[in-house]
Design a protein around this ligand. Structure first.
Ligand SMILES: NC(=O)c1ccc[n+]([C@@H]2O[C@H](COP(=O)([O-])OP(=O)(O)OC[C@H]3O[C@@H](n4cnc5c(N)ncnc54)[C@H](OP(=O)(O)O)[C@@H]3O)[C@@H](O)[C@H]2O)c1
Length: 345
């Protein structure tokens, strides 16, 4: 597919094929989307705070431009000549206030995108009932979608629960807990329902959103066919790995204690663990199934999704990303050894 750029105050010549911009290409979903779209030989550009992290990881046809969403003045170059932009960014790893940073990043990006004539922004946000008391993390995900819609570009927001795939923060959390603890004293969030989606199916939705023939802004809730508690997900992971695990649920573990406990047993920083754990008190299930009517994607079930994550075909990309990802900081020494051990088992 080649789009001809429709002029809206931009200097790109009409004969140039418009580019697709990926923000967050150094992150989990963005890195996989980049690889998927490169397989389709689409004209791509990545916007990254540290372009050197994408060196040798992009096709010759993919441009990499330096840009920080918290710095408005750094965005114009990356957005020039872009037709559609994927917004796959969040500030979970900040030392500051992630809610205000994510809000500001969305304002900067939406304003710069509108000024550059971008027509469509595709954003992956989070599921959760907006009328209930959402965790700061989920509240922030939905706030970003709202902000992106206010500046005039069409916005397609895909709201997802836990993404199942090797390297996904939330899945790695499950993996680490189950691999390391034969007996788990679990907080009550293990009984909260989620509707996980396999990374392959989320990527299929992102591609479908790219090709969607509509100009309206829409929020789509996306998930696999299975609703499962976090406990169910851990038990299924253990079953597939042949591990005997006991989960004992206690009602008294506060989010703060939970995150300290997580920091002891998982590689994920305590501050990220806390944000994830706080979100696990909110059910993240699909209540509006219109994505199934609009798109042809038929997501696989939880058993298949976990099976694919364990026998991940993309172990190389996962290994490279985990080694360079400060968000996945294995406390017990060498990450490569740990991953090699997982893959050998
Ligand atoms: N993974 C899941 O289970 C899941 C589930 C539901 C929804 N989502 C949503 O999907 C989106 C992507 O998630 P992910 O798991 O791929 O996240 P991730 O692996 O943590 O990646 C986040 C990306 O954001 C980039 N970033 C952060 N601040 C930035 C800034 N100021 N300027 C430019 N880039 C910035 C990071 O770049 P650096 O490398 O420079 O830090 C990184 O590439 C998020 O909106 C997330 O909430 C994810």
């Amino acid at each position: 597919m080649t789009w001809k750029y429709e002029e809206r105050g931009n200097m790109i010549a009409k004969s140039h094929p418009a580019r697709i911009l990926i923000t967050g290409a150094t992150g989990y979903i963005g890195a996989r989307l980049l690889r998927r779209l490169e397989q389709d030989a689409l004209p791509l550009r990545c916007l990254a705070r540290d372009p050197s992290r994408l060196e040798s990881k992009t096709a010759d046809t993919t441009e990499v431009v330096k840009g920080d969403l918290l710095d408005f003045s750094s965005l114009a170059k990356g957005l020039q000549g872009v037709h559609t932009a994927f917004y796959l960014v969040h500030s979970m790893n900040t030392q500051g206030n992630f809610e205000s940073e994510d809000h500001q990043a969305a304002i900067n990006f939406a304003r710069a995108a509108h000024q550059a004539g971008v027509q469509r922004i595709i954003y992956v946000g989070g599921l959760g009932d907006s009328t209930s008391s959402l965790s700061p993390h989920l509240r922030s995900r939905q706030d970003v979608g709202r902000v992106l819609r206010t500046f005039g570009c069409q916005v397609i927001e895909l709201r997802a629960s836990i993404v199942i795939g090797a390297g996904s923060l939330s899945f790695e959390l499950v993996r680490c807990l189950v691999e390391r603890l034969p007996v788990m004293i679990c907080p009550k969030w293990v009984a909260t329902h989620a509707q996980p989606i396999a990374i392959e199916d989320l990527l299929a939705y992102l591609k479908a959103a790219l090709n969607w023939n509509s100009k309206e802004s829409r929020v789509f809730e996306v998930g696999g066919p299975d609703r499962a508690t976090y406990g169910d997900i851990m038990k299924e992971y253990a079953r597939q790995r042949g591990l005997r695990r006991w989960l004992i649920s206690v009602p008294v573990l506060t989010p703060r204690l939970s995150s300290l406990w997580l920091a002891l047993v998982t590689p994920i920083y305590a501050r990220i663990g806390r944000k994830l754990v706080e979100s696990m008190r909110n059910p993240t299930i699909v209540t509006d199934t219109s994505a199934l009517d609009v798109f042809l994607v038929r997501p696989r079930g939880l058993v298949d999704a976990i099976d694919r994550a364990i026998t991940s075909e993309d172990s190389e990309i996962t290994r490279v990303q985990i080694n360079h990802n400060p968000r996945l900081n294995y406390r017990e020494g060498n990450q490569q050894q740990w991953l090699a051990k997982q893959q050998a088992m």
